[in-house]
Design a protein around this ligand. Structure first.
Ligand code: KIV
Length: 273
């Protein structure tokens, strides 16, 4: 583990992210859902922030991402955007707002950008959603693709296990990746696929790949902030590195506060008017 040394205060854009791939500089991305956390991670030098529909899990307590609505996502994106000066901000389009109808997809993306100030949208899938990608890109909205484990399809997958282990699924993923690049995606999330496959896809594409559970060969990494900070304590997949145990810190701090209040130790004479 090392501490960040980013002195580069320039606003990150899609152009900068493309340059980072060309120059071999890795892209560091995290999720955020609120103003305070977004401000902290932006000040710490994160390159890109994703308002993920994982908000369903870590903010709202749902077991899948499926219940998130466009209004929920826009609310979280508005909060994040107010806290960010440098990072590039991407917002997930939630389940049911872009599949099967490219006009609806465009309307969803326009609402997100117009109402929240997020700079790009992310959508899950390959060939099946290619018309939506093209329509959104044609409107001038950058689109990030997402292949591999796409959590909005959990009911079809039946499990959150590693994807694209079979040759057939790996071949489809590669074809989808090329199709998404051709359709105009500026970057691609690769989630929970074999590291060798992620490296191969990364070499094949001119756009950056951002991995989660996809090894070190991608152009960047993304993690859910609550997971890497140890706030979401029950979640410990192999790919996750915990950079802090904030959950424990919070419990200890709140425990001390409860004790102090009960013992009439807080507030003290110097903490009152
Ligand atoms: O919703 C999310 O947080 C995501 C990341 C895990 C990539 O899609």
């Amino acid at each position: 583990m090392s501490t960040n040394t980013t002195d580069d205060k320039r606003k990150v854009t899609t152009v900068r992210l493309a340059q980072m791939k060309q120059q071999g500089e890795k892209i560091a991305m995290l999720t955020a859902y609120d103003y305070s956390m977004a401000k902290l991670i932006d000040e710490a030098g994160i390159d890109a922030i994703l308002i993920g529909d994982s908000a369903a899990n870590v903010m709202a307590g749902y077991s899948t991402t499926l219940p998130m609505t466009l209004d929920h996502m826009i609310y979280h994106a508005q909060c994040v955007v107010r806290g960010v000066k440098r990072a590039f901000v991407v917002c997930d389009l939630p389940f049911g707002t872009y599949q099967g109808d490219s006009l609806k997809a465009l309307e969803s993306a326009i609402r997100v950008v117009k109402e929240s100030g997020a700079e790009a949208v992310k959508i899950e899938g390959g060939e099946e959603i290619i018309d939506s990608v093209k329509r959104i890109v044609n409107a001038g909205i950058p689109v990030m693709g997402h292949l591999g484990l796409t959590p909005q399809s959990i009911n079809a997958f039946g499990t959150y296990a590693l994807r694209a282990k079979s040759e057939a699924e790996a071949a489809k993923l590669k074809a989808d990746a090329l199709m998404l690049q051709e359709a105009g995606c500026f970057a691609l999330v690769l989630e929970k696929i074999p590291a060798d496959l992620a490296t191969e896809v990364t070499k094949m594409l001119s756009i950056p790949t951002i991995g989660i559970g996809a090894g070190s060969g991608t152009d960047g990494q993304v993690l859910v902030m609550q997971d890497m900070l140890g706030i979401n304590q029950g979640f410990a997949p192999k790919f996750l590195r915990r950079y802090a145990e904030i959950g424990e810190t919070i419990k200890q701090a709140v425990g001390s506060y409860v004790s102090d209040v009960k013992a009439v130790d807080f507030p003290s004479a110097s903490e009152q008017y």
